[in-house]
Design a protein around this ligand. Structure first.
Ligand code: ZN
Length: 216
């Protein structure tokens, strides 16, 4: 799952949490995963037609996407957030931890069984990616719901603040369509680099929204 992850992030952003912090949190496991793939620590191969909605065979990612690793990184993220952003309080830090873990839950729904329940243990995944129409519909529904909540709970400071949510909507729609129907990536390295660039673009967009809108 790609775009769907941003739904919980957008819904959680409010006074305590900046939107861009939430956007980084929901993709945090993948933000770790991409450099791990580039370093050869975790492995993915591109298999066209592997599932209808994704050509990625994510056959080895214990340090970012196993259940114990996801829990570990969620707790770490919450503790670090609490330490560096005291104004968020424990509630905000807990929310950041929950957002990091939300990534694992949504990946569990989308992926074929590739998420280890324990290191070296059985792998789980409901495999919604086998059905492109269903998976993209669910992703977009989650994404749009999150954006709608963010929209309702924030107000524009000026013209840019009114316009940017539409731009984010279009960006998400385009990214969702491309991820589901676009050509398969050429290599694992290309997948990892595209992931890093995409997450940076979404975080930058969210930072622009933080600057141009304020919580209601
Ligand atoms: Zn993931």
């Amino acid at each position: 799952m790609f775009i769907g992850h941003y739904g919980p992030g957008a819904a959680a952003a409010h006074r305590r949490l900046k939107l861009w912090h939430c956007f980084v949190a929901v993709q945090f496991l993948d933000i770790l995963w991409a450099p791990f793939v580039l370093a050869g620590v975790e492995k993915v191969r591109v298999v066209p037609g592997f599932t209808e909605a994704s050509a990625l065979d994510l056959y080895h990612m214990p340090y970012t996407h196993s259940l114990p690793a996801a829990l570990f990184w969620s707790v770490c993220a919450a503790l670090v957030y609490r330490a560096v952003r005291k104004s968020a309080g424990w509630t905000g830090a807990g929310l950041i931890g929950a957002l990091v873990f939300s990534h694992w839950i949504l990946d569990f729904v989308a992926h074929k069984p590739d998420l280890e329940l324990r290191f070296g243990g059985p792998k789980v995944g409901l495999g919604l990616w086998e059905r492109r129409d269903l998976s993209i519909s669910l992703e977009m529904a989650i994404y749009l719901s999150g954006l709608a909540i963010y929209w309702a709970r924030s107000t524009a400071k000026g013209f840019g603040g009114k316009l940017l949510p539409f731009a984010l909507l279009l960006l998400g729609g385009a990214a969702g369509v491309f991820s589901a129907w676009g050509p398969p990536p050429g290599s694992a390295r290309q997948v990892a680099i595209m992931a890093i660039v995409s997450y940076a673009v979404f975080a930058a967009f969210a930072a622009l929204l933080d600057a141009s809108r304020e919580p209601r």
